[in-house]
Design a protein. Structure first.
Ligand SMILES: Nc1nc2c(ncn2[C@@H]2O[C@H](COP(=O)(O)OP(=O)(O)OP(=O)(O)O)[C@@H](O)[C@H]2O)c(=O)[nH]1
Ligand SMILES: C=C(OP(=O)(O)O)C(=O)O
Length: 208
């Protein structure tokens, strides 16, 4: 499993309506910690590799059990994911490699397991985000290349690239990425992990 994470001081700019400049880096880290911890707890996930240049996030996510890969070749999100997938796949001759956004604080391991199990039936498959425009997970099986097209509007681009869209119900926690204040409130309503819950409580952010 490959998880991309940009430097915390630049992350989650669209959350500025709900969290100010002083708060966003801590929230972005908490989202990543809850995402990575849930993925590591999922029996279907053998290991988690985080592609990041952020020193604090590297320390905290290593402590959870993730591996860290530097953000290379510095060509943006998809280049970083392709690099991470190559490193992760080469390291363990992975049967299946998947990219997962780092902003899924409500992620539940059994739901992630269902998505990965469904994805394994196809050469490449993806899950659309809760908003219906983006992607939260892209998987490639049988040693195939991941070919990620994440970014705004990525659902359409992943479809056009030939990846199969997974039409699963009951996997809301895997779809609920957090870009805006409304997304954060929706994630809190689903139930977030302990890191995000603690930051939200300290900052008086609630689901209302
Ligand atoms: N390693 C790496 N990760 C990235 C890069 N750009 C985005 N990401 C990560 O990709 C995932 C999806 O990105 P976005 O949802 O756009 O997150 P974001 O860039 O923090 O949010 P905004 O500032 O609001 O656009 C998040 O986990 C980001 O941390 C990049 O250039 N390198
Ligand atoms: C990177 C993505 O996330 P966002 O919707 O947050 O841009 C994506 O959906 O591909």
């Amino acid at each position: 499993m490959v998880v991309p994470l940009k430097p915390l001081d630049r992350a989650k700019s669209r959350l500025s309506d709900t969290a100010d400049d002083g708060l966003r880096p801590g929230l972005a880290l908490a989202f990543a910690q809850d995402t990575v911890a849930a993925a590591l707890t999922c029996p279907a996930v053998r290991d988690v590799v985080v592609v990041t240049d952020d020193a604090l996030a590297s320390r905290e996510l290593t402590a959870l059990g993730a591996g860290i890969v530097p953000d290379e070749p510095r060509g943006g999100l998809n280049a970083a994911l392709a690099h991470g997938a190559t490193v992760a796949g080469a390291a363990r001759r992975a049967a299946c490699v998947a990219a997962l956004n780092a902003d899924l604080p409500a992620l539940r391991p059994p739901e992630l397991a269902r998505v990965l199990d469904a994805a394994a039936a196809f050469p490449r498959a993806f899950l659309a985000d809760a908003a219906g425009l983006g992607t939260t997970l892209l998987a490639a099986s049988g040693g195939r290349e991941l070919r990620p097209f994440f970014g705004p509007g990525s659902r359409a681009r992943h479809r056009e690239s030939g990846a199969v869209e997974l039409g699963l119900d009951g996997v809301d926690s895997v779809r609920q990425d957090v870009d805006t204040g409304d997304d954060l409130r929706a994630a809190l309503a689903l139930g977030v992990g302990p890191h995000t819950a603690a930051v939200a409580a300290r900052s008086l952010i609630t689901e209302q």
